[in-house]
Ligand binder design. Structure first.
Ligand SMILES: Cc1cc2nc3c(=O)[nH]c(=O)nc-3n(C[C@H](O)[C@H](O)[C@H](O)COP(=O)(O)OP(=O)(O)OC[C@H]3O[C@@H](n4cnc5c(N)ncnc54)[C@H](O)[C@@H]3O)c2cc1C
Ligand code: SF4
Length: 340
């Protein structure tokens, strides 16, 4: 086993966690990341749901993992082709630099939905329409303000942006954005206790451990108001506030509301590399995500000998789910390497 090697494409949480498990078993791991540092999408998060842990602590742990002498971490390298050559897997970047290993693990993850595709919601048109990712950036600076620098008195969060939406072709639920809206509404209310926070939803999906409790707390302790309904349109008023049109589907009445800031809870889409590398290897599933061999016991395997999958390249997952999936991929890879 000591001479065996694995190439991992994608240095996000799934790739790093799998590299850690494999390297600790003495395997040589090449972990390739297209950007200049590891961490994937969690580089953008400040505090994590549901317990408000610091994302920076997770990133610090990643930096420690990458010190393992069995892991060669290669940044600024985007893999554009992945194929099997005899008994090996070859990953290649755009300038034909190749990486060869006995097994390959795809951890190319997700991209957040581009909110400009929902033109009617005004993102990229009105300054006071932002996304949940923009909210994180503002929160990092310690202040949530409007484009004019004012502290918002009224804020609205809109769930399901780019998910559960036939118009954009994404029927699935992204699973992370309901609880993320609860988390961000609480963060906002802690910064601006006297402000009003509204959250528009289709249904609040609180399936994870401690999610329901946080949802209750957001109402009982922080006074966040939840409105069942979808915003159909957002437009700026003369004073650059945002007027939203929605239907309250519990009372079946149309409504209009003006807020200082509208936050769009953008969903998870497959990353372009996930789709392309999956297509090249005939493991392309629905919505551009990678397809495993089967959900029940074969979820890290593919129909290609020696090619494995982990994390959100398969479907929307939370961070704990991603870590568990990456460790399970490492177990499958070790099993496979013992047979070749
Ligand atoms: C708005 C939002 C907030 C969230 N907040 C939380 C939270 O608070 N708590 C929680 O548990 N979960 C949260 N999540 C979910 C969490 O972000 C994911 O579970 C986690 O990032 C998945 O990790 P991953 O490694 O599968 O994918 P990613 O994080 O997407 O990492 C994939 C990596 O692969 C790299 N890559 C892609 N293509 C290539 C290529 N061709 N060559 C080389 N490298 C490549 C990318 O650059 C990236 O670094 C949130 C998700 C969203 C959308
Ligand atoms: S998690 Fe909530 S906000 Fe996200 S797609 Fe599912 S129902 Fe919509």
């Amino acid at each position: 086993m000591e001479n065996k090697s694995v190439v991992i494409i994608g240095g996000g949480p799934a790739g790093i966690e799998a590299a850690n498990s494999l390297a600790n078993q003495g395997l040589k791991v090449t972990l390739i990341e297209k950007s200049d540092e590891a961490g994937g999408n969690i580089r953008n998060w400040v505090k994590l749901f549901p317990d408000f842990s610091n994302a920076e602590d997770v990133r610090a742990n990643f930096r420690n993992i990458l010190k393992n002498e069995n892991i060669e971490f290669i940044s600024n390298t985007e893999i554009s082709s992945l194929y099997r050559d005899g008994n090996h897997w070859i990953a290649k970047n755009g300038s034909d630099k190749t990486f060869k290993a006995d097994a390959a693990l795809l951890t190319t993850g997700f991209e957040v939905f581009d909110a400009k595709r929902k033109e009617e919601l005004g993102y990229g048109i009105y300054d006071n329409v932002i996304t949940s990712v923009d909210f994180e950036q503002m929160y990092k600076s310690g202040k949530i303000t409007t484009a004019e620098g004012k502290v918002p008195e009224r804020i609205a969060f809109l769930n399901c942006v780019g998910s559960r939406d036939e118009k954009v072709g994404n029927h699935y639920c992204s699973r992370v954005c309901c609880i993320n809206a609860v988390k961000q509404a609480i963060e906002f209310k802690e910064l601006v206790p006297n402000a009003k926070a509204f959250c528009f939803y289709m249904d609040m999906r609180m399936a994870g451990q401690f999610y329901e409790e946080l949802y209750r707390k957001s109402q009982e302790k922080y006074g966040v108001t939840y409105i069942r309904g979808r915003i159909s349109e957002a437009a700026a008023t003369m004073d650059n506030r945002i007027q939203i049109k929605a239907e309250d589907t519990l009372s079946a009445l149309p409504m209009k509301m003006t807020v200082d800031l509208l936050v769009l809870m953008v969903g998870i889409e497959s990353s372009s590399s996930t789709t392309e590398l999956s297509r090249q290897n005939d493991v392309l599933g629905l919505y551009g995500f990678s397809k495993s061999k089967g959900l029940y016991g074969n979820d890290n395997l593919t129909n290609q000998h020696g090619l494995f999958l982990a994390g959100t390249c398969k479907r929307p997952l939370t961070l704990p789910e991603t870590f568990a999936d990456a460790r399970s991929a490492a177990i499958e890879i070790v099993k496979y390497l013992k047979t070749i």
